[in-house]
Design a protein around this ligand. Structure first.
Ligand SMILES: C[S@@+](CC[C@H](N)C(=O)[O-])C[C@H]1O[C@@H](n2cnc3c(N)ncnc32)[C@H](O)[C@@H]1O
Length: 383
């Protein structure tokens, strides 16, 4: 029996919701990894002093609220890259009466400073693992115990290698319900200046791209985006403002601002890493005055009927699951925020038939270009 069970504490994972993230039958608010991490960490959590526990990568609050509820913990420090996960945690906490148990924070040294226990739903990206592991190793207590885990199908030995660059001990545990735990201890003191955001020059676009670990595509130019950029001169000529929706590393925002000197661009993404990366990209290209990077979920904080031009390369994953819901959510968001006559430019895989949806949600939609892999469309908001 673990420490929490011995104390009679319970937590009902079934009460968690994903909202405001997409909810659907094949999408879940928690998985076996959450329970496994909490089981593995039970003794350490029971022994942890107040304010000594950090949580990173929690999806919708299962780790944070599970730890708070099962072990009566307060003062948890939590970082989630996605804003919808952060908002879901807040809403789940409110319902569970645990709103005071934690503080949501950016991915900064203070998140881990002096932490004795870290709970971590491992991401799939090695760069994100490297950035987080480096921060933990440099700033947590030398005695820190990191309880990480993931779905077996999403884990690779390369992850252990990255962790081993930052911890002298990385020990995989026994898999349970298709999830596997990893425990990392004995942090190796690295360079506290982490090496992030990374930076790469792309001579063909004459642009620097910067990326924190969790950013879609890293410092690369996405292939779909590369095709979309061919249409920049056609995008609402004369517009004074534009929105790069789902900005990632800021490629679209920076390319737009560079070729259209009169344009002010607002770049927005729900990923904290993407927003920080876009701000760094703007800075690296001398465009910081003309690009504003804002963390927001699907333009929720933008005024209706206010935008002249929105440019979008929509995601087709929700977490690790391929799901069209997120693209449709962003189309609806663009439709609300576009002013009459405003344009939404979109690029998507050729096999995805988004044109009908764009036509009904936004307005008349023309295919501006197609190549072997991608379609580029422009939808105009009705006057
Ligand atoms: C396919 S990537 C494109 C990134 C970048 N624009 C590029 O061209 O490389 C889609 C982006 O949408 C972002 N995204 C996903 N859901 C979002 C939401 N609800 N609100 C805002 N951005 C979102 C992702 O974080 C990701 O950065």
């Amino acid at each position: 029996m673990d420490a929490a069970a011995a104390a009679g504490n319970t937590f009902d994972f079934g009460l968690l919701r994903r909202h405001p993230d997409i909810e659907a039958e094949n999408l879940f608010a928690h998985d076996a990894t959450d329970e496994l991490i909490l089981q593995e960490a039970a003794a350490a959590l029971s022994a942890a002093g107040p304010g000594k526990v950090a949580v990173v990568g929690d999806r919708y609050g299962a780790l944070t609220l599970g730890a708070a509820s099962l072990h009566g913990l307060a003062g948890l420090r939590v970082h989630q890259d996605g804003l919808s996960g952060e908002r879901a945690l807040a809403a789940n906490a409110e319902r569970a009466g645990l709103g005071e148990a934690f503080t949501s924070m950016p991915l900064v040294p203070e998140l881990f400073a002096g932490a004795e226990v870290v709970l971590w739903q491992l991401p799939r990206g090695l760069e994100e693992i490297a950035e987080v592991a480096g921060l933990i190793a440099s700033h947590a207590s030398p005695n820190v115990q990191v309880f990480a885990g993931g779905r077996v199908k999403h884990m690779a030995l390369a992850m252990n290698k990255v962790l081993a660059e930052h911890f002298a001990s990385v020990v995989p545990g026994r898999a349970w319900r298709k999830s596997r735990p990893l425990k990392a201890t004995s942090p190796l003191q690295g360079d506290p200046a982490s090496g992030f955001p990374k930076k790469e020059h792309h001579p063909e676009l004459d642009l620097w791209l910067c990326a924190h670990g969790a950013t879609f595509g890293g410092t690369k130019v996405d292939v779909g985006t590369r095709f979309l950029l061919e249409f920049l001169p056609e995008m609402r000529p004369g517009a004074a403002t534009a929105i790069d929706l789902g900005c990632g590393n800021g490629t679209i925002a920076a390319a737009l601002a560079k070729v259209r000197p009169a344009l002010h661009v607002t770049a927005t993404d729900q990923s904290a890493a993407a927003v920080a990366s876009t701000a760094a990209t703007a800075q690296a290209n001398g465009l910081a005055e003309r690009i504003e990077a804002v963390r927001d979920d699907a333009l929720a904080g933008f005024a209706g009927a206010s935008a002249e031009l929105i440019v979008l390369n929509p995601p087709f994953h929700v977490g690790a699951t391929v799901h069209a819901g997120i693209a449709h959510k962003l189309f609806a968001a663009a439709a609300r925020v576009l002013a009459p006559g405003g344009e939404l430019w979109c690029v998507y895989n050729r096999h995805l038939d988004y044109r009908g949806a764009l036509e009904s949600v936004v307005g008349p939609t023309r295919v501006a270009g197609r190549n072997s892999k991608f379609t580029v469309t422009v939808s105009t908001k009705a006057l």
